[in-house]
Design a protein around this ligand. Structure first.
Ligand SMILES: [Mg+2]
Length: 232
């Protein structure tokens, strides 16, 4: 017998807001504006590829509490520049500031985000749980026109804990006045979103557009957002 959900908690980046497309577009603009070809970086694609790897590494360390966000903001660009033989902390700081200023104003959403949120909003109370920066995540949601769908936006900075710790999920439940059994979490990260929710006793949906194989027991799995209508 299916459960009766009342509250849906969404992850934001790569679940609703098209992080990869928006980030790629922002970095392309910064590459041109900061004239990075002139300082010796052979192509935007080479810059993006290196940055992408370095950023993933530092984000994981940020999530684990090994570095603060002020450091994260520039060190990912500092390291990227050094890979091209450029040792310039001021340039890295300037790129880091540009990135945090411009990327949240990008508006691309994952396919079917609007229609799916409109549909779910009729039946459920919607919220966001995100590990992204407080000042950035709100801008993203307003820029892309989805902020009005959500009652509570819970960032890890506000909760004082990051996903996948049970503390942030419990913080979210309490704020929303939601019971675990009436709640479901939807996200693109198997461990951070889905296993995290499961460990707090919350059902979850693994949004897995790449159809990555795994061995975790997750309540539901989808490859596109419109599939949510089949069971919600
Ligand atoms: Mg995500």
């Amino acid at each position: 017998m299916p459960k009766t959900y009342r509250h849906i908690f969404f992850d934001l980046d790569r679940t609703l807001w098209d992080f990869d497309r928006n980030s790629h577009e922002t970095l392309q603009e910064i590459f041109a504006h900061q004239k990075l070809a002139a300082v010796g970086i052979p192509s935007f694609e080479s810059f993006y590829k290196i940055y992408h790897e370095i950023n993933a590494h530092y984000w994981e360390n940020y999530r684990l509490g090994n570095l603060d966000k002020e450091t994260l903001r520039y060190i990912r660009f500092y390291d990227t520049l050094t890979r091209f033989g450029i040792d310039n902390k001021q340039l890295a700081i300037s790129i880091g500031n540009d990135y945090v200023d411009h990327s949240p104003r990008k508006t691309s959403l994952l396919p079917n985000t609007m229609e799916t949120l409109e549909y779910l909003n009729e039946k459920y109370t919607l919220h966001i749980i995100t590990n992204g920066f407080e000042e950035v995540q709100h801008i993203k949601m307003h820029s892309s026109g989805i902020a009005h769908f959500f009652e509570h936006i819970i960032t890890s900075e506000r909760a004082g804990h990051k996903k996948p710790t049970p503390e942030i999920f419990r913080f979210a439940l309490k704020l929303a006045g939601a019971k675990r059994k009436e709640s479901i979490m939807i996200g693109d990260h198997l461990e951070i979103d889905c296993v995290g929710a499961r460990q707090t006793g919350i059902d979850s949906v693994y949004f897995n557009p790449g159809k990555i194989a795994h061995g975790e027991k997750i309540t539901y799995e989808i490859a596109s957002l419109e599939e949510l209508k089949q069971f919600l």
